[in-house]
Ligand binder design. Structure first.
Ligand code: S3P
Length: 180
């Protein structure tokens, strides 16, 4: 069963996924890294050569290559929720947790990551108003895809990971109780 982490860029998915994997003794798949490995090209390069549509296809293919019955933590890219087939796959394979933070926190983290050389093509133009609008437009998608929302701006990543795991365990118990 997967524990999938969704949320906007900068919400802390990769950091929390690796802590969650340690805590739950589960392997972690970072979907962006998996795409790069499978395609032999960087995220920016894929956006440039195939456009966002081509990137989304590669993203869905990388997701579909993961065994649905494997025990895994999956850190998803921020835009995965725009692909309905990907959301259906996440939901059919386990528990989906939305890592959330207010825009101001996301922007601070993303600006620091960009200064450190992060490859995020959707932020490459440095248009923070557009990025903020994208966050706003995606919030309903995260809300609809997720079983739970956990904030990442109020606690240390270790605490967020513990909370996410607690949610997952509760979700598993509930499913076992109703026999699904
Ligand atoms: C994207 C988020 C990125 C990466 C790509 C597109 C998005 O992942 O998949 O740059 O559309 O929000 P992170 O959320 O891990 O930065």
């Amino acid at each position: 069963m997967w524990i999938s982490l969704i949320g906007f860029m900068g919400s802390g998915k990769s950091t929390v996924a690796s802590l969650l994997g340690e805590r739950a003794l589960l392997p972690v798949v970072d979907l962006d890294r998996e795409i790069v490995r499978r395609e032999g090209a960087g995220i920016g390069e894929l956006f440039r050569s195939r456009g966002e549509t081509g990137f989304r296809a590669a993203e869905l293919a990388a997701l579909n290559a993961l065994a649905p019955d494997a025990d895994l933590v999956v850190a998803c890219g921020g835009g995965l929720v725009t692909t309905p087939a990907a959301v259906a796959r996440l939901r059919a394979s386990g528990c989906v947790i939305w890592l959330d933070a207010p825009w101001e926190t996301l922007q601070t983290r993303l600006a620091a990551a960009a200064a450190a050389g992060d490859d995020r093509p959707l932020l490459a133009a440095g248009d923070w108003e557009a990025a903020r609008a994208l966050d706003g437009a995606r919030r309903p998608l995260y809300a609809r895809a997720a079983d739970f929302r956990v904030r990442t701006d109020q606690t240390a990543p270790e605490v967020t990971a513990r909370r996410a795991l607690t949610r997952h365990v509760a979700w598993q118990r509930q499913r076992a109780a109703v026999g699904t």
